[in-house]
Design a protein around this ligand. Structure first.
Ligand code: SF4
Length: 896
């Protein structure tokens, strides 16, 4: 075992510190870094399971040329020459706008910096956009309009002293769990702290909130315009602050009053009870220290930028910004969305928080880079970029560290665009993703644990991601591949980087360059001379960072903003409805988002059995009455259709879902499900200012997806599901020492035994087969044993409800040999001993199932604390605490 390495979690924008100790070439022990200010040693379940996601299974280890004839391994030299030569030729023949990069909020700042420099300063186009466009570009636009610069003016420590925390469009309990735990800890220390959740869905975050406002989707601007008017009418204004440090308050208040009218009218517009709305307005008015947290529920909208500014307006009118315990707080979804913003990773930004559309800023950057040119106008934003690829305006694209065939709206069109594109390069760590299937050249990238650089979290804290594992195969850092291409395109000296610290130092120098003339909050002047040793030892630090001795000043603490006149701007805003509304043809509104234990397209989290346990399958969440109305049943299958595409997933009925609204998670793709890419359904509507897509509001319709049989297979070996077969629907789930396949099909299976043996064809030919079938009932059960160890099992029934629960059977795969009693119970699918089936997983940290928890509650355990003391559930990361609370309430009401 080697020494522990301090690094940073690769998932969400909380940016937790991780201490990783390599235990082998592809394994490590992971714990939280107690020294890191973001998490002080805590990790959520995704962070704690990082060790389970390491390993080379499915890795892309060598450069490949991919064609219809198959993959051909090529050398890095061949790959880089091909990429550089093709990009150069296309840019010369068709102009620089005919090429593009599409990058990712998971890149390190150093990768991002080199990509942006190469595209904007050397190739000479701003056609570089990032998947961060999809999650927080509305926040960027809102910040720039209000503050003159994209600055988040709040720290995590502000939660510790706030009087009111408002969560808007943010299921913080699931998406930023460590921040949520910090809020709950603050509430425990100071019970007077109020938490209000504003969200159309009743999410896990609501379980511990003082108030939940289930507003109508898209009505946020009504709500915050109404609040602005209320604050104005009740004299809750910091007149000195407004007079000295802002502009536009009069027009903003007039627009708010004009657009909202009475409180009753606002409540109606938002679909809320008037009393509940008044209560929230009174709390906001009363509490000086208010932090308004917002994320994708606000940003991913056709009026996302206005929603952001409607929140900021309320903070500016009351002067609640730039001081402890208050401010508008955009929390980012990705680990380095903020770092990408620092280096100008979006197509309408320049590096170092400078403006692409300002000639003086362009000159500054070009002078600093000494580049032959500089992009003069914004490039194509993500959705427009893929449209341009589709219609042939963009002929070459390099996609780095992202999976747009899954994550973009109208995702089938994104796939078609790549399939018809002249030249597609994909840098990735995984060989087969929905996007790498469209590539002509595949470049193997370093993964988390192998790469070395920096990331910046939601509170502007720069941390190191350090390598603790050796680079496998021929994998290389993304910055290295980009720099190599830059050199081969003829820009040698500007891309002569040998080490990441050289890139970071240049980035820090640019941030400090000519600050006296063009002052920005983003400033890393204190790191402008960083050498390799200091970079290696760099501790987490927040910007603005002027020197090792100067205290870090809270942004805007002096009331001076980054606008030309130093004043923040309140904006007059008029509420707008989502572009596509539900109607008779498309009567339901689809909302999409994350699950507690998964991340993005599951290329990493999908490998962890522990993380798969909570919500193993893609599902449609729908209110029970809507399900009844549209002929769906809990556990059955539904086809969801929009004007743009279709999906087929399992139905989960839940009263947490408001009537006429449905929800699907974003994680599944063609590698792990037959038909569950939610991006294929999502309308390609974008915010006119930010270009961020409206992921939260797509009109859809649902209908039952009729099948003749349901089945599941648990097996130690991966199955190859035949494309043209009687299997009409499937999903694959990683288990502990097995894979689970949920299947459904059409037509009659004439010979169950032959069908099952064919499906499991290559597996264990000498296995013992235990079989039971009821031909009249069309039921079949089989288990295959090798030396008293279960190899696989198959259960088939015409009704999904008749299949046994999977949890107990799953547990048998980690037993060797099988106990006699378990062997007898195998085909029953249930343990002989009552109580031995833990049920679906609730606490992923300690693997505690729903049945176990409910049994304890029925036996008298009445609080989360006592459940924790008894079963350990909820005592580590705390992500399951909201669910435990809900289970206690539900089970106790059943008992009564
Ligand atoms: Fe990682 Fe969880 Fe921390 Fe986010 S909250 S950075 S996923 S450990």
């Amino acid at each position: 075992m080697t020494a522990a390495v301090a690094t940073t979690c690769p998932y969400c924008g909380v940016g937790c510190g991780v201490s990783a100790t390599a235990t082998g070439p592809q394994s490590a022990e992971i714990i939280g870094d107690a020294q890191h200010p973001a998490n002080r040693g805590r990790l959520c379940v995704k962070g704690s399971a990082l060790g389970e996601t390491l390993g080379l299974q499915g890795r892309l280890l060598h450069p490949l040329r991919r064609s219809a004839d198959g993959d051909q391994q090529i050398s890095w030299d061949q790959a880089l020459d091909t990429v550089a030569g093709t990009f150069k030729r296309i840019a010369e023949d068709h102009g620089p706008d005919a090429v593009a990069f599409y990058v990712s909020g998971q890149l390190l700042t150093e990768d991002y910096y080199v990509a942006n420099k190469l595209m904007k300063g050397y190739i000479g186009t701003a056609n570089i956009d990032t998947n961060s466009r999809l999650c927080m570009s509305s926040a960027v636009a809102g910040h720039k309009r209000a503050f003159g610069e994209d600055v988040v003016p709040v720290d995590y420590a502000d939660f510790d002293v706030a009087d009111l925390i408002v969560l808007v469009g943010s299921n913080t309990a699931w998406c930023h769990p460590i921040l949520f735990q910090r809020m709950l800890a603050a509430k425990q220390a100071r019970p007077e702290l109020q938490i209000v959740v504003i969200d159309p869905r009743r999410t896990a975050s609501c379980e511990q909130a003082d108030q939940h406002l289930p507003l109508r989707p898209g009505s946020d601007v009504w709500l915050f315009n109404g609040l602005l008017a209320y604050l104005h009418q009740h004299g809750v204004i910091d007149t000195r602050f407004v007079a000295d440090h802002t502009a536009g308050a009069g027009a903003a208040v007039a627009a708010a009053e004009h657009s909202t009218g009475s409180l009753a009218h606002v409540a109606r517009s938002c679909g809320l009870a008037e009393d509940a709305l008044r209560r929230f307005y009174q709390s906001f008015a009363r509490c000086e220290r208010v932090v308004t947290v917002f994320s994708q529920g606000v940003n991913q909208s056709s009026s996302g930028s206005d929603k952001v500014n409607s929140i900021i307006n309320c903070h500016l009118l009351t002067g609640r910004i730039g001081r402890p315990g208050m401010g508008p707080f955009s929390v980012t979804g990705q680990p380095n969305a903020m770092g990408g913003r620092e280096v100008g990773g979006l197509c309408n930004q320049l590096a170092a928080h400078l403006d692409l559309e300002d000639a003086g800023h362009r000159t500054l950057v070009q002078d600093f880079w000494q580049s032959p040119r500089i992009a003069e106008r914004p490039g194509l934003k993500a959705v427009d970029l893929f449209d341009a690829i589709h219609d042939g305006r963009v002929k070459a694209v390099w996609i780095i560290g992202t999976n747009p065939v899954v994550s973009l709206p109208n995702a089938d069109k994104a796939r078609a665009a790549l399939q018809r594109c002249e030249f597609v390069v994909v840098s990735d760590v995984v060989r087969d993703t929905d996007t790498t299937r469209c590539a002509h050249i595949l470049l193997p990238a370093l993964a988390w644990g192998e790469k070395d650089g920096t990331v910046t979290n939601s509170e502007r804290c720069v941390s190191r991601q350090r390598a603790f594992l050796p680079a496998p195969g021929e994998a290389q850092a993304d910055w290295w591949a980009l720099a190599q291409v830059g050199q081969r395109m003829g820009f040698g000296a500007a891309f002569d980087y040998q080490q990441p610290h050289q890139i970071f130092r240049e980035h820090a120098q640019l941030s400090a360059h000519r600050q006296a003339e063009i002052p920005r909050q983003f400033n890393l002047a204190g790191l402008a001379d960083l050498d390799a040793q200091a970079y290696a030892a760099l501790q987490p630090l927040q910007w603005p960072y002027l020197s090792a001795t100067a205290p870090v000043e809270r942004p805007f603490a002096n009331g001076r903003y980054s606008t030309a006149d130093g004043r923040a701007r309140l904006l007059p805003l008029l509420p707008r409805l989502p572009v596509n509304m539900a109607n008779d043809e498309w009567p339901l509104v689809l909302n999409s988002g994350r699950l507690r234990d998964q991340w993005h397209t599951m290329t990493r989290t999908g490998r962890s059995p522990r993380l798969a346990g909570h919500r193993p399958e893609p599902e449609l969440e729908i209110h029970p009455q809507d399900a009844l109305m549209w002929g769906l049943r809990h556990g059955g299958l539904a086809r969801i259709s929009s004007r743009w595409g279709q999906c087929v997933v399992r139905v989960r009925t839940t009263t947490e879902q408001v009537r006429r609204q449905v929800f699907m998670a974003i994680h599944w793709n063609d590698q792990n499900a037959s038909d569950a890419r939610v991006g294929a359904l999502v309308n390609p509507v974008v915010d006119p200012v930010s270009g961020e897509p409206e992921f939260k509001h797509t009109p859809v319709r649902v209908e039952p997806f009729f099948v003749d049989w349901y089945a599941f297979v648990l097996t130690r070996h991966a199955l190859r599901i035949p494309r043209a077969s009687d299997i009409a629907w499937w999903t694959a789930i990683q288990g502990e020492q097995f894979r689970r396949y949920e299947l459904a099909g059409r037509g009659r299976i004439e010979d169950f035994s032959a069908w099952s043996r064919a499906l499991l064809s290559a597996q264990a030919p000498d296995a013992d087969w235990l079989e039971a079938s009821d031909v009249a009932e069309l039921q079949y059960r089989a288990a295959h044993l090798v030396e008293d160890r279960i190899e696989s099992c198959v259960f088939i029934s015409p009704r999904a409800d008749d299949l046994p629960a999977r949890e107990w059977l799953s547990g048998l795969f980690i037993q060797a040999p099988l106990q006699e009693l378990d062997r007898i119970s195998l085909l029953v699918g249930q343990p002989a001993t009552p109580g031995a089936d833990p049920g679906p997983q609730v606490c992923a940290c300690f693997g505690v199932g729903r049945n176990t928890i409910c049994a304890a509650i029925r036996a008298g355990t009445a609080s989360v604390e006592t459940l924790g003391a008894q079963l350990r559930c909820g005592t580590n990361c705390g992500s399951c605490v909201p669910e435990l609370k809900a289970l206690i309430a539900q089970t106790r009401s059943e008992v009564r």
